[in-house]
Write a protein that binds this ligand. Structure first.
Ligand SMILES: [Cu+2]
Length: 149
């Protein structure tokens, strides 16, 4: 009995060690690809990393845009279309990718200041009331992806 509980404790600590950042809710690799046409929305992508518990991303806001929505590209009968999402589940310890052809942000009216800085500050709002502020790299149309992408 004693021996079993010691073994369990040992394996639990190994699990924790191998998780790395797996128990922290955060987001990285955020990028905004500016639309080549001013009136059209730009697209935002990032990796959402889950924390200790399952949460959902319920909104993304920015002071320097006109409007921002969460979307998902779906393909039906060979035709791609987009659905607006009310939330995006972020399971504990999992990484959810917002990427071309999948879930993404649709952003109207990225401010001139953010375009010049090359960074757009946005706030991720989660169902557990966590708010995470991130800087997304703003890329002009046709600009190469940063190294390592
Ligand atoms: Cu969209």
């Amino acid at each position: 009995m004693n021996r079993i509980s010691i073994m369990l404790a040992a394996s639990a600590s190994i699990l924790v060690a191998s998780c790395g950042q797996g128990d922290v809710l955060y987001a990285d690799k955020a990028v905004v690809n500016l639309s080549p046409v001013e009136a059209n929305p730009s697209a935002g992508y990032m990796n959402l990393h889950g924390g200790r518990t399952d949460v959902t991303l319920v909104g993304v806001t920015s002071d320097d845009v006109l409007r921002m929505e969460m979307h998902e590209t779906v393909e039906k009968d060979g035709m791609a279309s987009m659905n607006k999402l009310k939330s995006i589940p972020v399971p504990a310890g999992k990484t959810v990718k917002l990427e071309p052809g999948g879930k993404h942000l649709m952003i109207w009216g990225v401010g001139a200041g953010s375009q010049q800085r090359g960074l757009l500050k946005m706030t991720l709002i989660y169902s557990n009331d966590d708010r995470i502020e991130i800087d997304a790299v703003v890329k002009k149309a046709g600009e190469a992806a940063p190294a390592g992408e």
